[in-house]
Write a protein that binds this ligand. Structure first.
Ligand SMILES: Cc1cc2nc3c(=O)[nH]c(=O)nc-3n(C[C@H](O)[C@H](O)[C@H](O)COP(=O)(O)O)c2cc1C
Length: 376
């Protein structure tokens, strides 16, 4: 086989050795892909991306500085800019508005909390309460996050949800590459118009916010729609076979989240890492209950109870704020089957706790073996 198929255009664009990107993994409880995991992936030759969704600008800045102290290699920051969130407002202010948004939601939440056996949160360590001041939900706060990324010249900004158009020129002026994460062909076309450099398309298999379309189907259609803009493939890619398959579908690299959840560096509860090691391909479920938007999680009792009741969800940010009492109580009591754990369908392939370096190395070695087999 001529050349090195794993040395793709993405490697040159981002100055990395392997076309493997650690997807930005944030969440309301704080980052999952924090500085240690990001630096480990970048040091191993891939590109680590910090999960900074919902984090206050000063927290984003602290994470960037910490990452820079752990690696000299390029890395990225992932944020989300949901179109529907209000211009301004804090967690406390949105919480105060809840009764005017819905008349019965607080009662429903309280009833569900009792039925699930979740204790009343003590107000101490909580899933969201303890970091309420560090959690942001407004357009204004998201804008400030981006300004921090630009000011610190982080090599890559990944936009998980929303339109980066107002900032792409400022990023390019500072040499920052912009990745737009999409779930559809239409979304990919829109972000190309906004000036992104790379499209990450994440299929239905993905953990966290995902697509209704499977990765195998989504990637080639996105590749065709946005060519020559490079596409990276996410959703269900966890080893060398997945990497080669993504390249065969026309992608120039992979965007992997779940594969890194059960690593020593991931900021993921130990009980959830263990659940992943024990899970099968059928142990995840898609629900809007946690963020108000469709996302994939390990199956849990909160999601099952919500779906069984057929309860409607509120738009972001009201849904996550409404369920804070359940999340806080469950988190305090270490209720592994209530605290949400975003994860994709490859959980069934993950059988042991590894280091992030090992995950990258095994993916590369596995891909080389597959490619050697194909050329025989
Ligand atoms: C724990 C977890 C948290 C995530 N948080 C975010 C996030 O904050 N922003 C985002 O753009 N995507 C988020 N995602 C989605 C990933 O960026 C990515 O699209 C997905 O993990 C790729 O599919 P895979 O899980 O099958 O590897 C998250 C995924 C997981 C598993």
């Amino acid at each position: 086989m001529a050349g090195n198929p794993l040395r793709t255009k993405l490697c040159d664009m981002l100055d990395i050795e392997y076309p493997i990107i650690l997807a930005g993994m944030g969440g309301m409880g704080g980052p999952v892909s924090g500085p240690e995991l990001v630096a480990a992936v970048s040091n191993a030759g891939g590109l680590g991306v910090l999960g900074c969704a919902f984090l206050s600008p000063h927290k984003v800045e602290a994470m960037i500085k910490k990452t820079k102290s752990l690696t000299d290699r390029p890395f990225g920051v992932d944020t989300i800019i949901p179109a529907e969130v209000p211009q301004t407002g804090t967690t406390a202010e949105f919480k105060a508005e809840l009764p005017s948004v819905t008349t019965d939601e607080p009662d429903v939440i309280e009833k569900l909390r009792r039925e699930l056996g979740v204790p009343v949160p003590s107000g101490g360590k909580g899933y969201l309460s303890e970091m309420a001041d560090d959690t942001v939900w407004s357009q204004e706060a998201f804008k400030e996050q981006v300004e921090v990324i630009i000011e610190h010249r982080v090599p890559v900004w990944a936009v998980g949800l929303g339109d980066p158009a107002p900032w792409t020129k400022a990023c390019h002026d500072k040499g920052i590459k912009v990745i737009g994460v999409v779930a559809s062909v239409r979304g990919a076309r829109r972000l190309v118009k906004s000036g992104v450099d790379i499209i990450a398309a994440s299929g239905a298999e993905a953990g966290g916010h995902n697509s209704r379309i499977g990765t195998m189907v989504l990637i080639p259609q996105v590749v065709d729609a946005v060519s020559p803009v490079p596409v990276i493939a996410g959703g269900g890619i966890g080893d060398g076979r997945g990497l080669v398959a993504a390249l065969a579908l026309g992608a120039v690299g992979v965007w992997c989240g779940t594969a890194f959840l059960s690593t020593s560096e991931a900021i993921f509860e130990d009980y959830h890492k263990k659940m992943i090691l024990e899970s099968t391909e059928d142990d995840t479920v898609v629900s809007k209950v946690i963020t108000g938007k469709q996302a994939r999680y390990l199956k849990n009792r909160l999601i099952a109870a919500w779906d069984k009741e057929g309860l409607p969800t509120l738009p972001m940010p009201m849904q996550p704020i409404a369920i804070i009492p359940i999340l806080d109580g469950a988190y305090e009591a270490n209720m592994a089957d209530i605290v949400p754990a975003p994860a994709g369908q490859i959980t069934g392939m993950i059988k042991e706790l590894k280091s992030a370096k090992q995950v990258v190395e095994e993916m590369v070695e596995g891909a080389k073996r597959v490619l050697a087999g194909l050329s025989n």
